[in-house]
Design a binder for this molecule. Structure first.
Ligand SMILES: Nc1nc2c(ncn2[C@@H]2O[C@H](COP(=O)(O)OP(=O)(O)O)[C@@H](O)[C@H]2O)c(=O)[nH]1
Ligand SMILES: [Mg+2]
Length: 342
């Protein structure tokens, strides 16, 4: 009876929508697979395609996960996306194949959780790179160091990651034991959108399930390359939690290039840029020039060598990819030596 009532109500609504076809609806893109879209509209998942005039448009203008779109509802089949609302943030990165093509990851995220497990998954540079990407895209970066229970001194890593930028927030948690999880609650506020970035197996799904208190995402999934392919998520998806928080899962993000992230880098390293502006010579290479503010700060301990080298590495990679790569491997070696000494 209740079911029947629901169905009638739905039919009535559908009829209304058909009558209102000239009136466009506003929904949010939760999934994209090639040119097939899923739109969340009043808690329903609506399949949709694109209006013809989208084809031939620059990739940046096409709808992506997290976008708010206006669409014509079709209860009998695919609805049609007519336009994309202005984005308040945009996470994008260079394509992994390093073709210079940009990959548009997610729109309208408030926070970007950079999730790294405190085991061999941990990479200082990767966190720095994603922090740059988030800052450039207008998203607040939050480094979440997971599996703290597997690590003897999580505090050491928290301190290390904090040196990346004042604008990067850092938390160490164990979803397994519930430690540190309370610190994440402030981000899970109604109406907020959280984007999860991290390698497969870093604990993204476990973390969200623990915060949500329900099994929203499958955990312990195997890699996409595994022959079984069971439980594998290889596409981005936006899910809404009961409390009105939206979570965008980005499965299996590992490597990123640095093209077009200058802005993010200078944001992350605003203090170093400021130091550079205080050098006596405008084209100071911070090498043998007199009156170099950077060298003075390094000598005085205000700027750590580790952070300076990271800045140099990221900056060089930006301007010249190949030379940058070489430089990075040299820097990485130097850095390893340095950190052994510490
Ligand atoms: N020791 C420990 N293991 C964890 C923790 N969080 C997740 N895991 C395990 O790590 C594996 C991968 O977790 P999952 O959430 O699926 O990772 P995802 O691929 O990033 O979504 C699972 O076997 C989890 O049980 C944690 O805090 N501590
Ligand atoms: Mg997962």
């Amino acid at each position: 009876m209740d079911q029947q009532h629901k169905q009638n109500k739905q039919n009535k609504q559908d009829k209304q929508y058909i009558q209102d076809q000239k009136q466009e609806m506003r929904g949010r893109v939760t999934e994209v697979r090639r040119n097939r879209y899923v739109i969340d509209f009043e808690d329903r998942s609506i399949p949709a395609g694109l209006k013809g005039s989208f084809y031939g448009q620059p990739a940046e203008d096409l709808p992506i996960v997290g976008d708010y779109v206006s669409f014509l509802y079709n209860p009998a089949g695919d609805s049609v996306i007519r336009s994309v609302y202005e984005r308040k943030s945009l996470l994008k990165r260079p394509d992994q194949a390093k073709t210079g093509v940009m990959q548009y990851m997610a729109a309208n995220a408030d926070y970007c959780f950079i999730i790294t497990a405190l085991n061999e998954d941990y990479s200082y540079n990767r966190i720095a790179r994603y922090a740059s990407i988030a800052l450039q895209g207008g998203v607040t970066p939050v480094a979440v160091l997971t599996k703290a229970d597997l690590c003897e001194d999580a505090g050491k890593y928290v301190r290390e990651v904090k040196t990346i930028s004042d604008r990067l927030r850092v938390h160490a948690v164990s979803a397994l034991y519930g430690t540190g999880m309370g610190e994440l609650e402030e981000y899970f506020a109604p109406g907020k959108t959280i984007c999860l970035i991290g390698s497969s197996g870093s604990g993204k799904s476990t973390l969200v399930n623990a915060v949500a208190g329900e099994e929203i995402m499958r955990t312990g999934e195997v890699r996409a390359s595994d022959s079984t392919g069971r439980h594998t998520t290889t596409h981005r998806q936006l899910v809404r939690l009961k409390n009105g928080v939206s979570v965008i899962d980005m499965p299996g993000m590992r490597e990123i290039g640095m093209a077009e992230t200058e802005e993010g880098i200078s944001d992350t390293f605003a203090d170093i840029a400021e130091l550079e502006s205080r050098c006596r010579f405008r084209n100071c290479r911070h090498d043998t020039e007199p009156g170099c503010a950077v060298k003075a700060a390094l000598a005085g301990g205000e700027l750590s060598m580790q952070r300076w080298m990271l800045y140099r590495a990221l900056g060089t990679e930006n301007t010249d990819n190949r030379a940058g790569k070489k430089k990075i491997s040299v820097l990485a070696k130097e850095y390893k030596k340095l950190s052994k000494k510490r």
